[in-house]
Design a protein around this ligand. Structure first.
Ligand code: ZN
Length: 341
């Protein structure tokens, strides 16, 4: 394997014929069998774009789900979607209409089987499938049954584990849990967040990953980032415990963020997915910029543990820009490899 493998956080924009564009919660353009076919076509399209860009670890682009959390919740019994309630999420950073847990939760069946099997049949590259992490799910849903966030997180972790084991059998190489809530509730991460994450990953032999970011480039996140000061040190409180966990990879923000890069040193022994592509800006990085970010990270992350990635998902971006950014990512990693010899 060459140094500096490349991958993306997970999501990619949906084509206009699949769903509304430039939106985080896009409405589907069709339904029933027609929608299933459209999802399939969009997944294949993005596999091809990722391969052509030259990425090493590809995803389904999350083309089959409307939103990264609710795409999972739709497959869970014990949740009332009919009577959503307004709730402040991510420590009241935004208000959202969220479904309510009203009874014991159970999976209705497989969640990501169709897209995982489809992607596996059509690419020889390493395949990654993403799911929301237990703490982030708990932070995106109201609860009238379990009465305790840690207990609810453990219950969701069991369901995530069930689907993750099935995905592993489908031939998925990397299972990533998205935990943007991890840099909001740092004390809870150490109390029960990592325990719940490890429960979700229990028994997996494939590569496991956790993605912890400062969110998509939407206004509420940009406003929140303004309040975080000159240096964003949230990672400092959670990386030591993550380094001791059984999760193999950690995906973090780097380029254009205020995260002090030396915090990456705290992830000793882990593969570090360094964000070298800014998803909050439409300006496409040059390969030189990508290579420069890789060089900065190399001061703190051993070469064999450094994987170049995007800061976060690209779902709300314009399609052409997302493609150009994937190309810049791969070209920048290639440049860094060449210079490193
Ligand atoms: Zn993210």
């Amino acid at each position: 394997m060459p140094d500096f493998q490349t991958t993306l956080a997970g999501s990619l924009p949906k084509p206009f014929w699949l769903a509304e564009t430039d939106k985080l919660w896009p409405a589907w353009k069709s339904s029933g069998a027609e929608l299933q076919k459209a999802k399939r076509d969009a997944t294949l399209l993005w596999l091809k774009e990722q391969e052509d860009a030259g990425l090493d670890i590809v995803t389904d682009g999350e083309q089959s789900r409307q939103h990264f959390v609710h795409g999972f919740l739709e497959f869970v019994e014990g949740i009332d979607f009919e009577h959503k309630v307004k709730m402040g999420i991510r420590d009241n950073r935004y208000e959202a209409m969220v479904p309510v847990v009203v009874g014991p939760i159970r999976l209705k069946g497989r969640v990501h089987e169709a897209e995982a099997k489809l992607a596996r049949a059509h690419t020889k590259k390493k395949l990654k499938i993403t799911m929301p992490g237990p703490m982030t799910i708990v932070d995106t849903i109201a609860d009238r049954h379990y009465g305790d966030r840690a207990k609810l997180a453990m219950a969701f972790a069991e369901l995530l584990n069930q689907e993750a084991r099935a995905l592993e059998k489908d031939g998925v190489d990397v299972i990533q849990f998205d935990e943007p809530a991890f840099n909001v509730y740092m004390d809870d991460v150490n109390r029960w967040g990592i325990r719940a994450l490890e429960r979700a990953a229990r028994g997996l032999k494939c590569t496991t990953c956790v993605h912890i970011c400062y969110g998509y480039g939407i206004q509420a996140n940009l406003d929140w980032k303004q309040t975080l000061g000159e240096e964003w040190r949230q990672y400092e409180k959670i990386f030591p415990a993550l380094a001791r966990s059984r999760i193999k990879q950690v995906s973090l923000e780097c380029i254009h963020s205020h995260v002090p890069p030396e915090l990456m040193k705290l992830l000793k022994g882990k593969d570090v997915l360094v964000g070298v592509i800014d998803v909050a800006s439409d300006k496409v990085e040059t390969p030189q910029e990508v290579a420069a970010t890789i060089r900065t990270a190399l001061k703190y992350v051993p070469r064999k543990h450094l994987i170049a990635c995007t800061n976060c998902g690209m779902a709300p971006m314009q399609r052409e820009i997302a493609v150009a950014k994937l190309q810049a990512l791969a070209a920048g990693a290639a440049l860094a490899r060449k210079r490193g010899r």
